[in-house]
Design a protein around this ligand. Structure first.
Ligand code: KMH
Ligand code: ZN
Length: 279
């Protein structure tokens, strides 16, 4: 039985521009402020992409380290760095994200068309990410953009073993143009496929764009957790741009409470993911 809800905020992403979406947090100050406010509302994990001084996506190692340190100093959130980066980022830079020492990092389970682009995740790259995280005690969040990627995850775990700590957590990223749709039917199909993964595997889900609300409701009803944020949607309702990440987290918290699955604290989440508690 799932009792609480793990709420992840993905505040920035790599796709929206600051000029088109002025509320997007792109500086370290904006990110830290967002993290603190989202934590106060009920988020327990933050999925982080960073930007440079021109607000362009970057994987600069110094900035990544500074970001991890600032988020740790100012919040108790579990800091999950994106190894997905932007579609243009080379594999070596994406692997080097792990050198910034996050507690958690994303690990996408295959290649997917991404609008007009391709989000490239070759098998050898996935293996390298998984095994480096295993060696360093970083908890992976396996990002699933399409049903077959769950089969790939099963193959990865069979061949290379469980992640550090032994707990498997996946995130269904639904509604990317090129991936699975953000529908209840697709979520249920993914949920069914978890039967082939280790017992106790947990999942969260996020719906891109207008699939945000249906995916949130489907995930809660299927025993899943939630990821929300301006990485995934910049429209709150028809004709209403998102005002802030806090607005999205507050809505997710409201839905979780209605479902009688209140937000988990970051300490609860560390226990779930078998991460060491914060000293
Ligand atoms: N920005 C996308 C190309 C992740 O963060 O791990 C990939 C992405 C996945 O956002
Ligand atoms: Zn991301």
């Amino acid at each position: 039985m799932t009792t609480g809800t793990l709420i992840t905020v993905a505040p920035t992403g790599a796709e929206s521009t600051k000029s088109e979406v002025p509320a997007l947090p792109v500086t370290l100050d904006e990110l830290v402020r967002t993290a603190k406010e989202c934590e106060a509302l009920g988020a327990a994990v933050i999925h982080v992409h960073i930007r440079d001084d021109q607000a362009r996506p970057t994987l600069d190692q110094g900035r990544l380290r500074e970001t991890v340190a600032a988020l740790r100093e100012n919040t108790d959130l579990v800091v999950q760095l994106s190894t997905g980066g932007a579609v243009t980022d080379p594999a070596a830079d994406r692997l080097a994200v792990l050198d910034a020492g996050p507690e958690m990092a994303s690990c996408t389970m295959g290649t997917v068309n991404f609008g007009d682009d391709v989000f490239l995740n070759r098998w050898d790259f996935v293996v390298e990410l998984h095994t480096r995280m295993q060696e360093r005690g970083i908890a992976p969040e396996y990002e699933i953009f399409d049903l077959g990627q769950l089969t790939t995850l099963g193959r990865l775990l069979d061949k290379y073993g469980l992640p550090a700590g032994g707990h498997v957590h996946v995130d269904f990223v639904m509604g990317v143009p090129g991936g699975m749709p953000g529908t209840t039917e697709a979520l249920v199909a993914c949920r069914q496929s978890l039967r082939d993964l280790p017992e106790g595997t947990t999942f969260s889900a996020t719906g891109i764009g207008r699939s945000t609300i249906p995916v949130m409701l489907a995930s809660l009803s299927a025993g899943g957790h939630l990821r929300v944020g301006m990485e995934d949607t910049v429209t709150y309702a028809k004709g209403r741009p998102v005002e802030s990440n806090m607005q999205l987290v507050a809505r997710a918290v409201g839905f979780a409470q209605l479902a009688q699955r209140p937000p988990m604290t970051s300490a609860d989440v560390r226990e779930l993911l078998r991460l060491p508690p914060r000293s």
